[in-house]
Design a protein around this ligand. Sequence first.
Ligand code: ADP
Ligand code: AMP
Length: 220
Amino acid sequence: MKDNLVCILIGPPGAGKGTQAKNIANRYKCKLVSTGDILRENVENNTELGVQAKNYIDNGNLVPAELVAAMIKNTMELYGININYLFDGFPRDIEQNVLFEKILNEFDLSVKAMIYINIEDDVVFDRLTNRRICPKCNRVYHLKFYPPKFDNLCDDCKVELITRDDDKKDVIKKRLEVFQKLTHPLVEYYKKQNKVIEINGNKNSEDVFKNIISGINCFR
Ligand code: ADP
Ligand code: AMP
């Protein structure tokens, strides 16, 4: 079995996964694979996958496991197996995890650690209704806590920020239910293997990052 760093980043919607993901990936020289970002890009570009995924995303449901797993396999074939990987928002349920383990096995890889960022439900709504993202680089902003320097423009790309279509109250509620029912059991699964780094996401993002780094370093 290869010794590459393969990490899963998981947590309820709004926990801060996207905010932390790029920094973690830079720190450990990981290829960052965010299934949410890839799916949204496909929806935006009206690809066959995007057309299939759109309704699920708009309603806060999970896109079918076989579509997402195929997307992951293609990505890994493209980037190769001799690198580190950080998966943001994948796998999302037991079915995806079974397919994921199969793919990793084919590549002689295995999951090293799951980073689980946790926050309470009442924090989620404030975080997501104030979230803005850059459609070009996917950088995440918060209107109160992490606002852009210039009115509604990405600091890096100077592109107009957008609100995600699924950051509406009723869809957020559905996504939280889906997380508790379908995704959280994976935390229990990886806990049994002593692979979970549990992080309190209700701190400022610099402290969250520091705690993630200390957690990952224990696995290296
Ligand atoms: P996720 O990818 O888990 O859905 P994001 O990283 O997109 O979450 O963060 C959701 C919202 O919360 C964004 O508006 C982001 O700027 C903000 N945010 C992220 N981390 C923190 C934090 N530690 N404290 C306050 N707000 C945060
Ligand atoms: P995220 O960007 O991780 O918040 O995901 C946004 C939406 O994209 C989710 O509510 C799902 O509809 C879809 N999605 C993202 N990742 C996955 C995944 N691994 N499996 C199924 N659906 C996903």
